[in-house]
Design a protein around this ligand. Structure first.
Ligand code: AMP
Ligand code: ZN
Length: 468
């Protein structure tokens, strides 16, 4: 199996340190707001890679951190006149809820920074002991000049990095690229006791410490979006390798950006859709399908039209799965079953083994569906055919891609009717307004609200959100 390693900038044979065990860490969210579908791309592709490794027989331990203390959380708490733990718990609950809705499998551990202060302090102490930390008045900083290999992940020379770095005003840093390990508390900020006085951890150290705690000092795979290569992952390497003297990560995997009109989707640019908004309008499987159509490492330009056509693709897949499910018990025991399932399974494994090539893997799945459909039309397949078709659809569509859910297929059809009924009520409310029957229009809105369907009016029309 080949895997593209950002570290070596080439595809390498995948040889985990301790097979069949695989240790995998993905940088999770900072919980100060709902996450957008750009973040979701990274989370979904991480989920699919993990699922594929399991499909190939590996025992994967998967850790995703939750950054629950950080400048952005402090700022949000101040804006809302509440405390940081309230903000963090509200948005980490929302995060976990949305992950589930996106059919992303739960991590084995979701470690939170504020629950690992002791471990974080221990790693900083080791860095200090090895001479790579100094007191820069407002923070304890990492001294990058002490790590000769600094820049090895991003592949840049120090002077190149330095000229690109923003120099922080008022900082007592020796080098603009030095970064905070421990931020001393300013008045009113949440803080924890430490050998350097009350304060809180920097962002990078949290991932080093939590990866080591839950997966060991050397791990197989560490992943995150492209934007994390520098400085976040570069700094994680510098911290961890100075602290332990061991190689921190064997394979570095990075996800391409989700762009919107040529720009990276991001909170700061304001050009985003939250995962919640999208899930109110489209099935999670459509978004997953859209992301599977592009290789995880490349950029992907988002448009709503792409999502609409992915929804149609999902309908096709769902109809096929339903056909299989309906026939598995009702078809005759004997019938024509000479269909080469193995061919598709082998081809799927071959293309996915080449650095998780999901666009090709998806093409194999669609070919299988097309060929199986025409086989069903032209022959009288028996139970054995439907059983094998079920197994293969389950393996590719459910286990690896997470776009088929056999248990939910009937329920999903009902959910389809549900959304049509809501649309119908919205139309009736629109008509009531045109007829100046505001009492009825209001009643429809309030009664829908009472069962957890919130209507939102805008110039473009009325949309709804399911809030239960
Ligand atoms: P953040 O909460 O900003 O730290 O982001 C959480 C994860 O989402 C990180 O792995 C980021 O690299 C990733 N991410 C952020 N924006 C995008 C984007 N537009 N496309 C893909 N991944 C993204
Ligand atoms: Zn991280």
């Amino acid at each position: 199996m080949l895997i593209y390693n950002t570290f070596s900038r080439k595809k390498e044979e995948f040889e985990p340190v301790n097979p069949p065990a695989v240790t995998m860490y993905i940088c999770g969210p900072t919980v100060y707001d709902y996450f957008h579908i750009g973040n979701a791309r990274s989370f979904i592709m991480g989920d699919i890679i993990r699922r594929y490794l399991i499909f190939r027989g590996y025992r994967v331990k998967f850790v995703m951190n939750i950054t629950d203390i950080d400048d952005k959380i402090i700022k949000k708490a101040a804006e809302e006149k509440t405390d940081t733990s309230g903000i963090a718990s509200r948005f980490s609950d929302a995060f976990l809820h949305d992950l589930e809705k996106l059919k992303i499998n739960q991590a084995d551990v979701f470690p939170r920074a504020t629950e690992h202060i002791e471990e974080i302090i221990d790693v900083i102490k080791k860095i200090e002991l090895n001479g790579a930390a100094y007191d820069g008045l407002d923070s304890i900083y990492y001294d990058i000049s002490k790590f000769r290999e600094y820049g090895k992940l991003s592949g840049k020379k120090l002077d190149e990095l330095e000229s690109g770095a923003r120099v922080e005003v008022n900082s007592a840093k020796r080098d603009p690229l030095d970064f905070a390990l421990w931020k001393k508390a300013k008045p009113g900020e949440p803080s924890w006791e430490s050998p350097w006085g009350p304060g809180r951890p920097g962002w990078h150290i949290e991932c080093s410490a939590m990866s080591m705690k839950h997966l060991g000092e050397s791990i197989d795979i560490h992943c995150g979006g492209n934007d994390l290569i520098f400085p976040h992952h570069e700094n994680e390497i510098a911290q961890s390798e100075i602290a332990t003297g061991k190689k921190f990560v064997k394979y570095w995997l990075h996800f391409g950006f989700l762009n919107i009109q040529e720009e990276k989707m991001s909170k700061s640019l304001g050009n985003f859709f939250t995962a919640r908004e999208i899930l109110g309008k489209y099935p999670a499987e459509a978004l997953r399908l859209l992301y599977l159509q592009t290789h995880y490492s490349g950029p992907l330009s988002f448009t709503e039209d792409l999502l609409i056509s992915a929804s149609k693709g999902f309908e096709r897949i769902k109809n096929f799965a339903l056909l299989i499910k309906e026939n598995i018990n009702s078809s005759p025991a004997y019938g024509e079953s000479r269909f080469d399932f193995e061919k598709y399974r082998l081809k799927f494994t071959e293309v996915m083994d080449d650095d998780f090539n999901t666009p090709k893997g998806l093409a194999v799945f669609y070919d299988f569906i097309k060929d199986a459909n025409s086989f069903i039309q032209n022959n009288k397949p028996g139970k054995e055919f439907f059983r094998e078709a079920y197994e293969l659809t389950k393996a590719i569509g459910e286990t690896v891609f997470g776009i088929v859910h056999f248990d939910e297929i009937n329920a999903k059809t009902e959910a389809g009717i549900e959304s049509k009924l809501i649309e119908l009520l919205i139309e009736m409310r629109q008509q009531a307004k045109l007829d100046k029957n505001y009492k009825l229009a209001d009643e429809i809105r309030l009664k829908l609200g009472a069962i957890g369907v919130t209507l939102q009016d805008s110039k473009e029309g009325t949309t709804y959100r399911i809030t239960v």
